[in-house]
Design a protein around this ligand. Structure first.
Ligand code: AKB
Length: 317
């Protein structure tokens, strides 16, 4: 992998994935693309940047051709909670970018990485030690897109030999760019609110468990999987990966240990609560560990310490 195009590069994952890929593959070999002018301007401050609508097949194809791309990282997505507000738009954007990525990968013989998610699971999935291969009947349009994307990516691999690989990301906690429109966003928002105001009102029920991952582990997962020996991969789209599982009450207790004056209450959003309830409590990620050496490092205490330090510095506290 030498020439990489990251589409949807201005979001939570892309903002940190582009510099991570630059470190691995060289600054000039990574191009960050986004639809929005302000995102493109931001990416241009640390990487090669282009304005691109990933739903515009011809423009996307031209970019792959012009830059001699051999790996597409497709991060374009409307997340779970936003998707429920406009399911048709979520399908159009999430599937449009994926279908274009796979079609171009077939045409230009590139690899493709598209994240799947814990959102691919639903209420009928076993919630504890959720197996790699299990019932997948999601209850959100986001999840429907993720399951379809997994199936389509495996189809393109088996039918056309497209090197498509993917992970099922849990909630990703990070201190770069804020997430937006997800169900797991509370686990990022809380750090900003506590450091800004000392108080956080949580939209997720206090005892709702979800898998979580700190950004440095998420970034390593992407490069580790894309560099993995293909002969060792029994699965491709997509691997369960996780590191932590906690509920709001447990995360807030960890923050309060460090900031005793912090206060928390709940104003539960029924849409987000139902989504959180339908997702796994803790996935079994043994296939990722066995097939490509997944071994996350950032557990709850270390993550909380690092988030508080980084966000306090960012806010000038
Ligand atoms: C969301 O909450 O929608 C995302 C996800 C877990 O895929 N963060």
């Amino acid at each position: 992998m030498k020439r990489i195009l990251v589409v949807g590069a201005g979001g939570q994952i892309g903002t940190e994935l582009v510099p991570h890929l630059q470190k691995h593959y060289g600054e000039d070999n990574v191009i960050g693309a986004d639809l929005k002018d302000d995102a493109v301007a931001k990416i241009a401050s640390y990487a090669r940047a282009i304005k691109l609508d990933a739903l515009d097949f011809n423009a996307f194809g031209q970019a792959v051709k012009d830059h001699n791309i051999d790996a597409i990282f497709n991060l374009v997505a409307l997340l779970s909670a936003t998707g429920e507000k406009n399911p048709e738009l979520a399908w159009k954007i999430n599937m449009g970018a994926l279908v274009n990525s796979l079609t171009l990968a077939k045409e230009f013989k590139t690899a493709v990485f598209t994240p799947s998610s814990i959102g691919a699971f639903g209420v009928s999935t076993p919630h504890d030690k959720t197996p790699q291969d299990t019932v997948m009947r999601p209850d959100t349009i986001y999840g429907v897109c993720k399951v379809t994307g997994e199936l389509l990516s495996d189809y393109y691999f088996h039918r056309f030999g497209v090197d498509a690989r993917s992970v099922r990301f849990p909630g990703i906690i990070s201190n770069g760019c804020l997430p937006g429109g997800g169900t797991t966003d509370y686990a990022v928002e809380v750090f900003y609110e506590i450091l800004k105001t000392g108080h956080y009102t949580c939209p997720i029920p206090e005892d709702s468990y979800m898998d979580m991952l700190y950004m440095p582990d998420a970034l390593n997962a992407v490069t580790q999987l894309m560099e993995a020996d293909p002969s060792k991969l029994k699965h491709r789209n997509s691997f369960n990966i996780t590191c932590m599982s906690f509920c709001p009450k447990e995360l807030f207790a960890k923050i309060k240990e460090r900031i005793p004056s912090a206060t928390f209450d709940y104003n539960v959003d029924p849409v987000k609560a139902a989504i959180a309830d339908s997702w796994p409590n803790m996935m079994d990620d043994s296939c990722a560990r066995e097939e490509w050496g997944w071994n996350p490092q950032w557990h709850l205490d270390a993550m909380v310490d690092d988030m508080l330090k980084a966000i306090a510095a960012k806010l000038g506290k």
